[in-house]
Write a protein that binds this ligand. Structure first.
Ligand code: PFF
Length: 442
């Protein structure tokens, strides 16, 4: 069997896994989910789930990857000797396949916005960016299909180049730049007249806004932003060198994710109230509100363009992890097959992404279960397949793996964190996931 590729440095691993985690989930999905589910109440639930469920699960996925050192449709067998458990890896594979299908829709929107803003700048209409019409742009089926096609193509080309050559180096300066831009937008948003009621909406946890649905969606959001349950993080950890530090890597990824989610909330909600929009706009929220904020800035169109490019970069570092998972499972780490598998996988993803994109135009009236086809794909992944994947891995780790071997990989520390973590994974989190999972069907 071919040798498993490795990151050259442990920084490479952290950058890549942070790149996978920080993407559309924190910046696009968090504000729209919070807007629909009570603002501050959603933020509070998201924080609780991310720290108490997401962080231990991320540590678990890193541990499994580091122990198993192979692709995830094999790793469960390698660790336990039970072949049928590889089904957890296949579940993750299915999850990322569907996820990439609807993720690329939003990636495509970013590309459409980039082109539109460039057009405005070139034709000297930069002062008009606040008038970008979301419905007109995204309601155009052909335009959106081309946009997502370009997004999938970009992802494919990057994955075909191989894991070490990815965007690892670029993210060293792109990520900090993205932080700076987010802070800039937050400051501008907060300075707008009427910003305070939006700020209160996202920061004040009102008990009456807590709903069962909101709780489920907040958990799904934690899974989504941390890329949990798809085994994507297991894959990245399996590429990492032995020196990778599991706990500090996981903690820094969780902290960055929370920070970006909060910054996105602080950027969007004050502007929503200032411009008289509703927080319940849905998936278009960020695309509707941000051009208005940038319009208020000197050189706003230029800054908006830079922001969109950074945003696209963040989305691409996540989408490459989606494709990478499929590639590593189907090539079984044989790099000679990498190009072929990446291309075939992308063509299939493109096919399933078309009904997702048409959910915002010609197929918008097809509504069932969680809403449109797009909403159902998202729900299926974030609230069903990801929790099932995470549950499967908790059961393997807690019930089948040797405790002392786990302790070695987990690493020793002065806070003696291994035992609390282990008992959380062994007893508490499987019950929490099952309970939440069952509640959503009642
Ligand atoms: N965590 C990514 C985001 O928030 O945009 C999405 C994601 C990437 C989920 C990779 C799952 C995954 F395996």
């Amino acid at each position: 069997m071919a040798k498993q590729s490795q990151w050259k440095t442990s920084t490479g691993f952290i950058l890549a896994s942070a790149g996978s985690a920080i993407g559309l989930g924190a910046m696009w999905k968090f504000p729209y989910m919070a807007g629909v589910n009570g603002g501050g109440a959603f933020l509070l639930m998201f924080l609780i789930f991310t720290l108490l469920v997401g962080l231990p699960l991320l540590i678990m996925e890193f541990t499994v990857g580091k122990m198993g050192q192979t692709y995830t449709t094999k790793i469960y067998e390698k660790l336990t000797g039970k072949k049928w458990l590889n089904i957890i890896g296949w579940n993750g594979n299915l999850a990322v396949f569907i996820l990439f299908g609807f993720y690329s829709v939003i990636g495509g929107w970013i590309i459409i916005y980039i082109c539109t803003v460039i057009y405005h700048i070139v034709t000297l209409q930069s002062n008009q960016i606040g008038n970008l019409q979301f419905e007109a742009l995204i309601g155009n089926p052909w335009l959106t299909i081309v946009g997502q096609g370009i997004f999938i193509l970009l992802t494919t080309v990057i994955v075909m180049l191989g894991v070490e050559k990815g965007l690892e180096k670029a993210s060293k300066f792109m990520m900090p730049l993205l932080f700076i831009f987010l802070i800039l937008i937050v400051l501008k948003s907060l300075s707008l007249d009427g910003a305070m009621s939006g700020l209160r909406y996202i920061l004040e946890p009102r008990v009456q806004d807590i709903t069962v649905e909101g709780i489920l969606l907040a958990l799904g959001q934690s899974f989504f932003t941390l890329s949990l349950g798809t085994t994507g993080m297991i894959t990245y950890a399996s590429y990492a060198s032995k020196e990778m530090t599991i706990k500090t890597s996981a903690l820094s990824i969780v902290a960055m994710n929370i920070l970006v989610s909060i910054l996105a909330g602080l950027a969007i909600f004050p502007a929503i109230s200032a411009f008289g929009y509703q927080p319940t706009e849905g998936p278009g929220l960020l695309f509707i509100v941000l051009p208005k904020v940038f319009e208020q800035m000197t050189f706003g169109a230029g800054f908006y363009l830079i922001f969109l490019i950074l945003f696209l970069f963040a989305a691409l570092t996540s989408s490459i992890s989606l494709l990478e998972l499929n590639v590593s499972n189907f090539t079984k780490n044989d790099n000679t097959k990498r190009k072929r598998v990446a291309v075939i996988g992308s063509i299939l993803v493109f096919a399933i992404s078309i009904p997702a994109t048409l959910s915002f135009s010609s197929l918008s009236n097809i509504q069932f279960a969680a809403g449109t086809i797009f909403d159902n794909m998202d729900f299926l992944v974030s609230n069903i397949l990801m929790p099932i994947g995470a549950l499967g891995t908790t059961l393997v780790v807690g019930q089948l793996l040797d405790k002392e071997a786990l302790r070695d990989y987990f690493g020793r520390d002065k806070f003696k964190l291994f035992s609390p973590w282990y008992y959380l994974i062994k007893f508490i989190l499987p019950i929490v996931i099952v309970l939440i999972f069952v509640v959503q069907f009642i």
